[in-house]
Ligand binder design. Structure first.
Ligand code: PHE
Length: 526
């Protein structure tokens, strides 16, 4: 209202520091006042009632020490204040003076008071020489506090700055003109045309808020991919690029047979314990697998065969037929490898074999040699899906997570082939430095743990597990003796957490996940 009224009477305001704000007696020279004015200017500007330009100035404000002088006087004035006037009363000793006004003030003040001729010596003591003084430091600071500057000029200001009594601050002031919608009425402009306004005719005289075509629209909400899905897509592309075919992994429920026995995991293995695996209570039992294959698997466990001694432990059909939530996607790989070996077993090819078509290497090993066709076709298969473990949950473990798994079957593969595959695979994921460490898996021999160097953590972290599947697993399936199958597995969660800089799994999965975080999570590209 003040701004509009002033514009009405003067047509422009050259310097907003000349305005006297309501409930103030002096012009609005302080930077706080100008901030208040700026708020009002912006609100009037948005209604096009005014236009303004911004001017910058360096203003001065008293420091905390300056503020003390403003209140009590300069050090020299305070020395002068407490001394008796020459000729009346006992002169004050320097020690008494220090007691009276403090060490620091006495020390700094004495010198200046002497120089100004305000005080003098009398015997061992000090007295004041004049009955009146002009404390210019205090007077200057008063002027600075109320105007932000000093008429006396830059030299004095520089001196006060050096004495750390004032500091400089950037300030703004404004020049204001009338805008196209200028009026002295501060009534809010209309933002909507209503039926009432039309029937009463008030629309003719109302003022309207202008459309702001520059305003950003409200963000539209839509579906968003979870970070795990984004990373899954990237990894899937790596596999496809390397000529792998995706395995079907839709059955979360498996039997003990496919999850463990077919992989030559001993029936007494701790991974099969209740505290590690979730078992299904209803139905309890799986349908039986092919009886011949079942017989071969149970025989190799119990009595050995194909050159292996087996485990020589009694076979439990009950253990084998238990239903459970799969603990690894290697259960799906076992299904697929069994199917892959169908022709080798002499079974008529099911339409399934077509599934592998694009996983098969065209330069099939053995092509063009004398060997009779034993039905084997090489394959490169992968899967990325959910697995379940009865884990104690903490910042990095959940009872369900995703596994990424790659399986390669061909004649005469070596450990070097496996290492080579993994190097390329992890390199495509952006992991250049990998290291392999001998490990143990019941179904692979040799087995390797994969470690990657994490530059942000500055250490090697385990990223996966791998190995060459044992003949005890492959031969009962019917694969020829020279067929080797190697595989590797990793979790989807770990690279995702590393990628997104997340250190608690609950930020990524579960009820504490922020939907905003999911919507705004950036795309990933390896
Ligand atoms: N199944 C293994 C795991 O759960 C990963 C793996 C897959 C290891 C294939 C070797 C071969 O950790």
């Amino acid at each position: 209202k003040l701004i509009l009224d002033t514009l009405e009477s003067q047509s422009s305001i050259k310097d907003t520091r000349s305005l006297v704000l309501p409930d103030q007696s002096a012009p609005a020279t302080s930077s706080e006042d100008q901030i208040v004015i700026l708020g009002a200017l912006n609100s009037l500007l948005s209604r096009e009632m005014i236009k303004y330009e911004t001017n910058e100035v360096l203003t001065h404000i008293p420091t905390p020490e300056g503020a003390l002088i403003l209140k009590d006087g300069s050090h020299e004035a305070r020395v002068w204040q407490v001394l008796p006037i020459k000729g009346s009363g006992t002169p004050m000793t320097p020690i008494q003076l220090k007691k009276e006004i403090g060490d620091e003030t006495a020390k700094v003040g004495q010198g200046r008071a002497f120089k100004n001729g305000w005080i003098g010596k009398e015997g061992d003591g000090l007295v004041k020489l004049t009955s009146e003084i002009r404390d210019t430091t205090q007077i200057d600071l008063q002027e600075i506090a109320s105007t932000g500057t000093l008429k006396a000029g830059e030299k004095v200001l520089a001196d006060l700055r050096k004495r750390k009594l004032v500091s400089q601050k950037k300030g703004q002031w404004f020049t204001v003109h009338k805008g196209p919608q200028f009026s002295t009425s501060t009534a809010k402009p209309e933002t909507d045309l209503t039926v009432d306004m039309l029937t009463s005719g008030s629309w003719k005289t109302s003022t309207y808020k202008k459309y702001n075509f520059e305003a950003e629209g409200i963000p539209t909400s839509g579906g968003a991919l979870h970070p795990l899905l984004k990373v899954r897509e990237e990894i899937r592309n790596i596999f496809l690029e390397m000529g792998f075919a995706e395995m079907p992994t839709s059955s979360f429920v498996e039997s003990g047979f496919w999850c463990f026995d077919a992989l030559f995991v001993p029936q007494q293995h701790p991974a099969r314990d209740l505290q590690d695996t979730f078992y299904i209570s209803d139905p309890k039992e799986a349908l039986p697998p092919n009886p011949d294959y079942y017989k071969r698997v149970s025989t190799i466990h119990e009595f050995g065969g194909y050159g292996s001694a087996g485990y020589r432990a009694p076979w439990s059909h009950e253990e084998s037929s238990k239903l459970l939530l799969r603990t690894h996607t290697t259960a799906s790989s076992a299904h697929m490898l069994y199917k892959l070996a169908a022709k080798c077993r002499g079974e008529k090819s099911e339409d399934d074999s077509e599934e592998f078509a694009h996983g098969v290497d065209s330069t099939e090993a053995g092509a063009g040699t004398e060997r009779a066709d034993d039905g084997f076709r090489p394959a490169k298969l992968f899967s990325i899906d959910r697995v379940f473990r009865n884990e104690t949950m903490d910042a990095t473990h959940l009872a369900e997570f995703h596994q990424v798994e790659g399986v390669v079957a061909d004649r005469n593969l070596t450990l070097a082939d496996l290492i080579g595959f993994m190097r390329v695979f992890f390199q495509k994921m952006g992991i250049e430095k990998v290291r392999f460490k001998p490990a143990y898996n019941p179904y692979t021999e040799p087995s390797l743990e994969i470690f990657a160097f994490h530059p942000m953590l500055d250490r090697w972290v385990e990223v996966g597990n791998s190995g060459m599947f044992r003949p005890e697993m492959l031969e009962p399936m019917g694969f020829p003796k020279d067929v080797r199958v190697h595989g590797w597995g990793l979790s989807l969660e770990r690279p995702t957490m590393i990628r997104y800089g997340i250190n608690n799994i609950r930020t990524l999965v579960g009820h504490k996940v922020s939907l905003d975080g999911i919507e705004n999570s950036p795309a990933v590209m390896f």
